[in-house]
Design a protein around this ligand. Structure first.
Ligand SMILES: O=C(O)CCC(=O)C(=O)O
Length: 378
């Protein structure tokens, strides 16, 4: 400790505080050494040395992980291997090493990438663990006064807008946003660990019912102008209920995506072309089936929408996407404010059923969560 000097010593002690209680539990050590037949004094000397070197480690100056050497090359993106769970997120250099390690589990496989490339979407299975799914599905249902087990309660929320629910800040939804598995999917997708998550809405889409004609049958659209100069980006939805065919799930038109330029030349020349209502509702769509915990990622250039729910269960889902984080200080400030004030992002305000602000305390974020909204730096 004396070797550290005053300033570093203070830094180390600040960082040690959260660990302190655990390190103080000497009685646990006594039990362990007795079981391992190690003399207690030897164990205590070892522990003291461990504490001292830990403190020296804790006092290390933070290394900011910047510079072009940290950026992942375009070639590497395609070859991106997976990384296993980590929390807190690992530095860029280690991320690159792990991506090259064939032992490390991947979440996105070559066939997924091929499908994304060919059809404009892919489904990554079993990403979000069941405990997170159950909590979020219940909270989303409760937001619209519904009980998943009681069909008489399913029609109390806003029924227009394809079942989009303006709920952004429930702890369970933040827990999905900060789920390490989901983060891993996007890190692999973009080939970088430095990402920012979006604050988006949820879906509660009950089956169509003749007494509730306001329930939409879903319309096919783009969310951004496919003619624009903007490069394609990625949108995503996390499934919080199993969705079969005609279960109100994600549907899309891969054939339009595959022939986008020709399609746009033919249909989108008109001045009044509206990418949100491009007149594709009667086209035969691909309906994507999946299980709770799966994630569907799709290109912003893929025309898509929600299918009609002809099943006997509500479809529940949460939109969560991530993008490589640029250097946008204003966005970071907005993210922090939206999180702390529990207000929807400005561009999502004014929906039917909106609570502004949403009730309760701000969600508790992990180290990863804080990085993903730009409050802590990568
Ligand atoms: O229901 C879905 O998953 C599609 C949602 C959609 O149309 C959109 O995010 O723009």
């Amino acid at each position: 400790m004396d070797r550290l000097g005053e300033e570093l010593r203070k830094l180390a002690l600040d960082r040690l505080r959260p660990l302190h209680r655990r390190l103080k539990q000497d009685h646990a050590v006594q039990g362990a050494v007795a079981a391992a037949l190690i003399p207690i004094r030897t164990a205590q000397r070892g522990l003291a040395r461990y504490r001292q070197s830990r403190l020296t480690n804790l006092a290390r100056k933070e290394v900011t992980d910047t510079g072009p050497h940290c950026d992942v090359s375009v070639e590497n993106k395609d070859a991106s291997g997976g990384i296993d769970l980590w929390d807190p997120p690992i530095p860029n250099a280690r991320f690159s090493r792990q991506r090259r390690d064939p032992q490390v589990r991947q979440r996105i496989h070559d066939h997924d990438r091929q499908q994304f490339h060919a059809d404009g979407y892919m489904v990554i299975r079993n990403v979000v663990p069941p405990s997170l799914i159950g909590n979020a599905a219940r909270e989303i249902a409760a937001f619209v006064g519904a009980d998943l087990a009681d069909s008489t309660t399913w029609y109390r929320g806003p029924l227009e807008l394809d079942g989009i629910i303006p709920m952004h800040h429930a702890q369970s939804v933040w827990d999905i946003r900060q789920s390490p598995n989901l983060y891993q999917v996007f890190s692999e997708f973009f080939g970088t660990p430095r990402l920012m998550v979006d604050i988006n809405r949820c879906i509660f889409r009950p089956p169509v019912h003749r007494r509730f004609p306001k329930i939409s049958h879903g319309s096919i659209h783009w969310d951004t102008d496919p003619r624009g100069p903007r490069p394609a980006s990625v949108q995503a939805v996390v499934l919080l209920s199993d969705v079969g065919r005609n279960g109100g799930g994600f549907q899309c038109l891969p054939d339009v995506y595959q022939n986008l330029d020709a399609w746009l030349k033919r249909y989108a020349r008109r001045d009044d072309f509206d990418f949100f209502y491009p007149g594709l509702n009667h086209w035969k769509t691909t309906q994507v089936e999946g299980k709770a915990g799966d994630v569907i990622l799709w290109s912003t250039k893929l025309p898509h929408g929600s299918a009609t729910n002809l099943s006997n269960r509500p479809r529940v889902a949460a939109f969560v996407s991530m993008q490589p984080c640029g250097d946008n200080a204003q966005l970071r400030e907005s993210m922090k404010n939206w999180w702390l004030t529990k207000r929807a992002p400005d561009y999502w305000r004014g929906l039917p059923g909106q609570l502004d602000p949403e009730p309760g305390a701000p969600a508790v974020l992990s180290d990863l969560g804080l990085k993903l909204i730009g409050v802590s730096s990568w």
